[in-house]
Design a protein. Structure first.
Length: 208
């Protein structure tokens, strides 16, 4: 029965994770799909580039909120195991959303929320790593990559020693790195562009 409840928590996490904030917000603002513009990514960075920083921050917060909800409900349904599994499946749903053709974001906002839900120290460490890297390189992708790399060490620094939590950190970091594989190639070639938030570039279209 416990295994079934944990599995249910995992399913719920995936379904909540599949709610792509970027796709929904971009449609509400412009009646267009953000994935067809800019980097093609359904995430806060692409939203900030296309619609401005305010919209990017809103997308980040909404993605974080769905993660908090998934993990809180996961704990309620399946205890600690459900809490951890819901975290990873929410990340999986964000990257490969069921409702939007499995084309989602790259997982950084969800990963940050997972860190916050695990322990405030994990969150502070990975956020600090992100911003230090970003301010040095001016590349969001570089900060995101280093944030993913730092996740497991941040857990260890925060005092986590249980295998399931550490496995979550390893798996979450690996998935975020996988989603950034093209960015990593461009960074290594010196072709990755610096981040510049834009003004609203997509005007509201007519309903069909």
């Amino acid at each position: 029965m416990t295994a079934l409840r944990i599995a249910a928590a995992g399913l719920l996490g995936y379904l909540l994770g599949s709610l792509s904030s970027a796709v929904v917000v971009s449609f509400v603002i412009s009646r267009k799909d953000v994935r067809n513009y800019g980097s093609g990514n359904a995430g806060a960075t692409n939203m900030a580039r296309l619609f401005g920083m305010g919209t990017g921050v809103l997308t980040f917060l909404l993605d974080g909120a769905k993660t908090v909800a998934a993990m809180a409900l996961g704990r309620l349904i399946g205890g600690y195991g459900g809490f951890l599994l819901a975290a990873f499946t929410c990340l999986l749903g964000h990257c490969f959303p069921l409702y939007f053709g499995f084309r989602g974001g790259k997982g950084v906002s969800v990963g940050a929320a997972i860190g916050l839900m695990l322990h405030w120290k994990v969150f502070v460490i990975i956020v600090a790593v992100f911003f230090i890297t970003f301010f040095i390189t001016r590349r969001v992708s570089a900060g995101s990559v280093m944030c993913a790399v730092a996740f497991l060490p941040a857990e260890l620094i925060a005092g986590f020693r249980d295998a399931p939590a550490l496995l979550l950190g390893l798996a979450a970091g690996a998935l975020v790195l996988f989603m950034h594989r093209e960015n990593i190639k461009r960074l290594l070639r010196g072709e990755e562009k610096p981040f510049r938030p834009g003004r609203v570039r997509l005007k509201r279209g007519k309903k069909k």
